[in-house]
Design a protein around this ligand. Structure first.
Ligand code: HEC
Ligand code: HEC
Length: 330
């Protein structure tokens, strides 16, 4: 008992000293992320603490998109890391000019129970783009079952996933981790590998009352941008304050246009004038003449016919509903 009291007293004094010595506290500088495809995800130094907590370090920005790609209802966490002292340069509503050493990542995971993150999650993969000497390099890190590390891997894997959605419905399905070739099918235009999401128009989103682009400007990582109110904004596909057409076109842009635009996978291989970028005028996009085949393909699960061509195993019921409503209104 005596010893216990003694120990408690020592613990108390230690606590007291460490609390009162704040003035002498010298912060250890957090390293900037490493813009290289190291063998292990932890070696990129994007995360703080346990990898599985998915906490970015202070040099990494979490970003969100107005409208994002549907991937089998997976949760996605997106990171943007701009190297020390560098900035992205505003370049209209499209992709800013990113500095060498920029890292973008997208981590895919499922909560075991969507409404209850405290019941755990399964992290599957962290997809990475790194800009090096003006070239975007692509790599994928596949997480181990222990969720302690992810390893650089070019291969495709199938992983059985079970999760309960917000309606309480449990689904089990085979999630497909794409191969390197699949990454390139979507992320390449006219033979040049590119990012897709982080365009100014799709990052022009207000989160907790703060505009994301404004935050980048204030943090000194986005330069030469006009007033944020003058920057175009991609509509939010599931926000009913946008019109049906705006929501459907934004959905087609993010989920389909990387292949269906000049220089995209479909365009290069099939020579058809069918293109789905948000800015393309309706008549030029040829959406009207293709409306029936669009509906048929988004409802198909036949490989080679279904749309999107690759990247999903489950139907996106809400997305299909939106596109059908729009196409049938034409
Ligand atoms: C079916 C098409 C498709 C495939 C396959 C695909 N991506 Fe993407 N990827 C996208 C789209 C669209 C976005 C942007 C929208 C979003 O983030 O939701 C994106 C976003 C990303 C991002 C965030 C930066 C950016 O470009 O927006 C990274 C990093 C990334 N993908 C890497 C990969 C890697 C690595 C692979 C292969 C393992 C891969 N992607 C496979 C379509 C695809
Ligand atoms: C990874 C690239 C890719 C993505 C993403 C993609 N497509 Fe396609 N799309 C293709 C290819 C390749 C074909 C031709 C397939 C074939 O041989 O039938 C095609 C064909 C089509 C056709 C038939 C065109 C015609 O001229 O008859 C339609 C319609 C279509 N896609 C709609 C969509 C829609 C809608 C989406 C998004 C929900 C989408 N695609 C996403 C690659 C893609």
């Amino acid at each position: 008992m005596k010893n216990f009291l003694k120990l408690s007293l020592i613990a108390f004094i230690t606590l007291f000293i460490s609390c009162s010595s704040d003035d002498d506290y010298v912060p250890v500088a957090v390293e900037y992320p490493v813009p290289e495809f190291m063998a292990k995800l932890s070696e990129l130094k994007l995360f703080e603490g346990d990898l599985a907590n998915l906490e970015p370090t202070e040099h990494v920005n979490i970003y969100e998109l107005n409208t994002s790609l549907f991937t089998d209802y997976a949760q996605k966490l997106r990171f943007l890391s701009i190297p020390e002292g560098a900035k992205m340069i505003y370049n209209g509503g499209g992709l800013p000019i990113y500095p060498d050493g920029t890292i973008m990542t997208k981590t895919f995971y499922y909560y075991n129970v969507d409404n209850n993150p405290s019941q755990g999650k399964q992290i599957i993969e962290t997809r990475v783009l790194i800009l090096k000497s003006g070239v975007w390099n692509i790599g994928n890190y596949v997480w181990n079952d222990e969720q302690t590390e992810a390893f650089l891997d070019d291969a495709s894997y199938t992983k059985s996933i079970t999760w309960t959605d917000s309606q309480g419905i449990e689904t089990t399905f085979d999630y497909v981790i794409p191969s390197y070739t699949s990454c390139v099918d979507c992320h390449q235009n006219d033979g040049v590998r590119i990012p897709i999401g982080p365009m100014a128009r799709n990052m022009n989103v207000t989160i907790n009352g703060v505009n994301q682009l404004q935050e980048f400007i204030d943090n000194g990582i986005l330069a030469e941008a006009p007033s944020v109110s003058d920057i175009v904004k991609l509509p939010v596909w599931d926000d009913l304050s946008f019109s049906l057409e705006e929501r459907a076109r934004a959905y087609l842009d993010v989920n389909c246009a990387h292949c269906h635009q000049p220089g995209g996978f479909f365009d290069l291989n099939f020579f058809s004038n069918f293109e789905l970028r948000y800015e393309t005028p309706f008549e030029e996009a040829n959406i009207y003449s293709k409306r029936n085949v669009i509906i048929s393909r988004i409802n198909s699960d036949i490989e080679g016919y279904k749309m999107p061509f690759i990247g999903t195993s489950l139907f996106h019921a809400e997305g299909i509903l939106l596109l059908e409503e729009y196409l049938e209104s034409l």
